[in-house]
Design a protein around this ligand. Sequence first.
Ligand code: ATP
Ligand code: MG
Length: 584
Amino acid sequence: MTSAPPEPTSAADATPEKRDFIRQIVRDDLASGKHAAVRTRFPPEPNGYLHIGHAKAICLDFGIAAEFGGRCNLRFDDTNPAREDPEFVAAIQDDVRWLGFDWAELRHASDYFEVYYLAAEKLIRNGQAFVCDLSAEEVRAYRGSLTEPGRNSPFRDRGVDENLDLFRRMRAGEFPDGARTLRAKIDMASGNINLRDPALYRIKHVEHQNTGDAWPIYPMYDFAHALGDAIEGITHSLCTLEFEDHRPLYDWCVAQVDLAGDPELLRPLRARGLPDEAGAPRQIEFSRLNINYTVMSKRKLTQLVADGLVDGWDDPRMYTLQGLRRRGYTPAALRLLVDRVGVSKQNSVIDFSVLEGCLREDLDAHAPRRMAVIDPLKLVLTNLAEGHEERLAFANHPKDEGFGSREVPFSRELWIEREDFAEVPPKGWKRLVPGGEVRLRGAGIARVDEVVKDADGRVVELRGRLDPESRPGMEGANRKVKGTIHWLSAAHAVAAEIRLYDRLFSVEKPDDESDGRGYRDHLNPDSRRSVRGWVEPAAAQAAPEQSFQFERLGYFVADRRDHRADAPVFNRSVTLRDTWAARA
Ligand code: ATP
Ligand code: MG
C-alpha cells in the first residue's frame, strides 16, 4: 500500500496561514526585500484537458500569488505546434476560472517567439550556441550516458558568422525538418545530461495555432520556459519535481541571455504593446499529486477518449477537471484536497478516499437535502382516503437553518426503496418486514400488513397502515421504532434518470504495466449504471450543476448537459460513506 497520510503542513482546517516550504520561501523573499511583490504563472501545454493533478499546480500558482497580494499569469506553453489545439486553450481557461481563479494576464509562449529568436542570436554571438548538423540519432550517440561523458559534436567549433548565417537560414525555412538544430554550448562532460549541449531550437515546418506558418523553427521547452518566466518578471516559478534536473539549464538560460540586463531583447514585445518587466526567476519544484485508482496523464486520458472507453472528455468518470465537474465535484472540494495533501518534495500516492472525503465534507455543509428513490417499491397506506394529499414542511439542511425549508407532498401511495423491505430479514435488520413498523421520515410510523406478489413471486406492492397517533405534532410522534426510511408520494414524484457512477478503475495502480497489462485492462465494469428512479418535485426543479444530498443515498448533481426539469438527470457524485475501504 503506497497511500500516504495527509502531511502535517496541511492547512485544511481553515487555518488562514498556510505554512509549507514554498510559502516560506516567498515570505522570506518578501521580508528580505528580494522581491517587492510575488509573481507566478501557470504554464499548461494546450495539448489536452486539464486533470486533477493540474488542480494542485493551479491552486499553488494562483493561490500563493493571491495570498501574498501578487499576480499570477496564465501562460499557454505552446511551443510544440503539432499537438496543440484551440479547443484545449478554451477548456483550460474555463477550468481555471471554474476552480475559482483568474489571471493577471493571459499569455502564450508563442507571444515571445521574436524575443526567443533574438536571445538565440545573442547566445550565438557570445559563442554560447552553435548550429549542429548531427541527426537526432547521432546526437543521442554523442550524448553519453549516466556513467559516461558525452563527446563534443564535430560542429561545436563553428565560427560565430557561420552559426549566425546557418541559424538565419533555419529561420528562413531553407532546411528540412530535423536537418539541423541550434544547441547551447555548455559541457558535454557534465554529470547532468541536460547540460550536455542541449538543443535550443529545432526545425519543424508545422502550422502553429497562434502564429500560423510564420515560423519553421520552434524553441525547445527548457529555453522557452526559462525565458518566458524571465520576460514576465516571474519571481517564483513553481513546477513539479521532474524538472529538478532541468533547473541548472533553466538557470543557465536565464543568466546567459540576461533579459533583465539587456532590455533591447524585449523590443519586439514593446512593438506589440506587451509590457516588459524582465527579471531573474527562481524555479522551485514540488511533488506531483498522485491518486490511486486513477490515471493522470494527458496522454492516457486522451487514449481513453480515443478508444471510446469513456464518453468524451467530460465523462463523469474521467479525472479531467471537466469530468470531475460534471460528476459533481466542487471547486471547494478540490481546493480542500490540495490543502489537505500539502506541499512538499516527497512523492506519494494519495488514497482515493481522501479525494472523496473532501467532496463529502464540502457537500455535507453546502448541499441541500432532498428525497429520491432509486429502486422503487410501492407502499399503499390503506387507512388514508383515496386522493388524500398533504404537504409536509421539511428542513433543507439538518445543521443549517439558513437553507430554509420546502414542502414535500405526501399521499396514500408512496414509493419506497425496494431494499428497505425484507420478507425474511437478516440479523439486525431495522427496516420494513411483514407485520413490522418503520418510521417514514417526517410523516409518521407505518406498518406492513400485506405483501403483494406477481406470478413469479416477486414483491410488487406493500399494503399497510399509517399510525395516525404517530403523525408530526401528535402525541405519539416520538414513539420509538427501530428504523427510518425515505419515501416519495407516487402521484407527485418525478421520473428521473439516475446515473450511478463509481471509480473508473478497479485496481489501485491502473497504469502499472509490470504484469504486461495496461490501464485498459483494469476498467471497473460497474463504473456506470443508469437506472430509472424518482425524485421529489423540489429536486426536479434543480438548476443544472446543482448538488443535493439525496437522503440515505449519497450526493447527486443535476447533470450539466442533460438535466431538464421535466426530464431530470442526476449523477451520483459520491456515496455517503466509503464503500471501497471494506472491499480492499
Ligand atoms: P501530463 O504529464 O499529464 O501531460 P504535463 O505536466 O505535461 O501533464 P502541463 O500542461 O505541462 O502538463 O502542466 C502544466 C503544469 O501543471 C506544470 O507546471 C506541471 O508541473 C503541473 N502538473 C502537471 N501534472 C501535475 C500533477 N499531477 N500534480 C501537480 N502538478 C502537475
Ligand atoms: Mg508537459
